[in-house]
Structures are given as structure tokens and as C-alpha cells.
Design a protein around this ligand. Structure first.
Ligand SMILES: [Zn+2]
Length: 348
């Protein structure tokens, strides 16, 4: 397939260092004890000790691109793609862990700003940190689907993003002093399906992936055969397990999975800390399609057989809230998504 669309590509180049703010201006979320956030690796959920190499954050490397996990709190994943001629931040995690994210990125970039931030969708655990990134790097382009831009323009949506951040911070024993700062959430470059982001010598095509949300998208780099995934594909749990995550469109998720399969990526960056390669990537997409259909069939058959909402909720939970899922998703978040998915399927 061609990566060229009719529209002019967005071109992002290295930003100059003087566009950055002083470190002192940067707001820090604080532990109750008063110490600021440190850079943390997602693998251990704790602070990155002085002796530990930043290499620990590297999830993937071919000769041209490295992908680093730079999110500073489990569940608030964010990735930095690094090449000799560009850097791209993919998602930005929670607001309350954003100072740690910024710190991780700065250490990898030697204080430079990333060239671009792309948001795979507008949910609080993926997009909140963008407000802090923008504060740290005022010239940073924040790219997301046009619908995400509209979401951030709705005060009620921002209020719920703030509320969810506060709730999760509280659950983790953190105070979140700078929650008001989420009022500055914004998308600077609204994009649509087929548009291109040009970063250094690489082109990334925006692939709309409605399903998990209306504003979901993936990025496809044909040159590298690398797909930066979306939760609309489902959530990777392990080689055999995928949790469906369509909250607004079942058909949309199936379409996103089919589109990903048609691209035949050599690598897929999955939103919760995994890069699937080759056979593993193909297997993930097969599992994703199967589980998306299985969840729907369970609800369709069950409701035809007169099963109650409560019974269907429990059946879905038994199927998908596995040990693996429990490690990456708090129960309350699973229950909420599960309810939304069930509502969506029962409406049909
Ligand atoms: Zn989400």
C-alpha cells in the first residue's frame, strides 16, 4: 500500500533547546513524605536506582529505531521512539506521574525535547501527561485524532480526566497537587485517517482505529514495518491471551484488527508494555480477532438465552480478568470497561 495521502504531511523536526523551560518551573507530584517523583522504570514500578542503566527501559531495537518505555507509573504507559534523526513520544501516561515521564525522556534525550507527541487516544491514563509535556516543552507538537481534540475542549471531559487521575493517585498513596493543570490539555495538530507524520527520514501513517474509543488511532511506519498499536486491537496479556477492549464499537475493533492484519507488520508496539515480533505479532492479531468475537458471541447467546446482566458481567470477568490481566489493570478499571463493553453489545 502507498503511504501517501492527498494531504500534506505534518513535518516535525528537532526543536531547539532554548524553547524549553527552566527545570524549576516544573510542577512535581509528591509522595506524602514530600519527596518528588523520580524517574522510574515500569518494569519494577519503583524508582530507577542510580546504578541501573537507562537501557532497562529499552523494549525494542532494530538498527534504526529504539523504543523505550518511559511511563513513570504502571498502567500509565508511554513510549519514546528514538532514531538518529528523530524522536517520537507515543502516549503520555497519567498526569500524576508525568514529572517522572518528563524526567525519563530528558535523560534519554540529553535534555532535548521530543520532536512530537502522538496520543493513541484521549483516555486519562494515556493522555493526561501531555499537559505536563507541553509545559516542559512549549513547542512540542501534540498530535491526536480530531475527535480527541474535541474531547479536550469539553470541560466535563477534562473534569472526569482530573477526577480519575486523582482517584488513582490516591489509591497509590500519592497527592496530586497540580490537578488543575489538566485544564491546559490540548491537541495542537488534529489529524485524520491516512495523514502522514514525517519525522526525520521516517514516515508514519495515521490509521484510524475506532473501537476502544471514538478517537483511537495507530501509527504505521511502512519503512520499518512497525505498527504502533491501539487498545482497539485488544490488550495483550501474553502469547495466548488478549483482552477485548472495545467500549464504543465492536465492528470498529474488528475493522482495526483487520487493517492491522492487512498491513502485515513485522513488529507491533502494544500499549501495555510489549513489542510483538513476527510470528508473535501475527498470533496477537489472530488472538485479538478471536477474543473480540468470542466476547460478543457470549453476550449475544447469553442474552438470547435470557441470562441477566449480572450473570453476563461475571461470565466476561471470568474469561478476561485473568491473573495476567490483574497484574496490569486495577479491578475497578476492569469492571468499568467490562460494563461499557457489555452495554455496547446488549444495545445491538
Ligand atoms: Zn483507553
Amino acid at each position: 500500500m502507498s503511504v501517501f495521502s492527498g494531504t500534506r504531511p505534518f513535518r516535525f523536526h528537532h526543536l531547539s533547546a532554548d524553547s524549553q523551560l527552566d527545570n524549576d518551573c516544573f510542577p512535581l507530584a509528591r509522595h506524602p513524605q514530600g519527596q518528588g517523583f523520580s524517574a522510574v522504570s515500569q518494569s519494577d514500578g519503583g524508582s530507577l536506582s542510580a546504578g541501573k542503566q537507562l537501557q532497562d527501559t529499552c523494549l525494542f531495537s532494530n538498527k534504526q529505531i529504539e523504543i523505550h518505555a518511559v511511563g513513570a507509573a504502571p498502567g500509565g504507559e508511554a513510549y519514546l521512539l528514538l532514531a538518529s534523526d528523530f524522536s517520537l513520544l507515543y502516549d503520555s501516561g497519567f498526569g500524576f506521574s508525568a514529572p517522572g515521564l518528563v524526567c525519563n525522556v530528558e535523560r534519554l534525550l540529553g535534555g532535548r525535547s521530543p520532536d512530537c507527541l502522538f496520543l493513541s487516544h484521549s483516555h486519562y491514563d494515556h493522555a493526561s501527561g501531555s499537559a505536563w509535556c507541553k509545559r516542559r516543552w512549549p513547542n512540542l507538537p501534540v498530535v491526536a485524532m480530531a475527535h480527541a481534540k474535541r474531547v479536550f475542549e469539553r470541560p466535563t471531559a477534562v473534569a472526569s480526566i482530573r477526577d480519575l487521575n486523582q482517584r488513582v493517585a490516591q489509591e497509590r498513596g500519592l497527592t496530586f497537587d497540580d490537578a488543575d493543570f489538566l485544564d491546559t490539555l490540548a491537541v495542537s495538530h488534529a489529524c485524520s485517517d491516512g495523514e502522514l507524520l514525517e519525522l526525520g527520514s521516517q514516515r508514519f501513517e495515521v490509521v484510524e482505529a475506532v473501537g476502544h474509543t471514538r478517537c483511537s488511532a495507530m501509527l504505521w511506519c511502512e519503512q520499518q514495518q512497525l505498527l504502533l498499536g491501539s487498545e482497539s486491537l485488544g490488550v495483550y496479556l501474553n502469547q495466548d491471551e488478549v483482552m477485548p477492549a472495545y467500549l464504543v464499537s465492536y465492528e470498529g475493533s474488528l475493522r482495526a484488527i483487520e487493517r492491522a492484519q492487512a498491513l502485515n507488520p513485522k513488529w507491533i508496539l502494544l500499549n501495555h508494555r510489549h513489542v510483538a515480533e513476527g510470528k508473535d505479532a501475527r498470533r496477537f492479531l489472530v488472538n485479538a480477532g478471536r477474543e473480540a468475537r468470542r466476547a460478543a458471541q457470549l453476550v449475544f447467546d447469553g442474552s438470547r438465552a435470557g441470562k441477566s446482566r449480572e450473570v453476563l458481567t461475571q461470565e466476561l470477568k471470568r474469561l478476561y480478568y485473568t491473573k495476567c490481566a490483574q497484574e496490569i489493570q486495577p479491578e475497578a478499571a476492569f469492571d468499568l470497561n467490562n460494563r461499557l463493553m457489555l452495554d455496547l453489545l446488549l444495545k445491538r
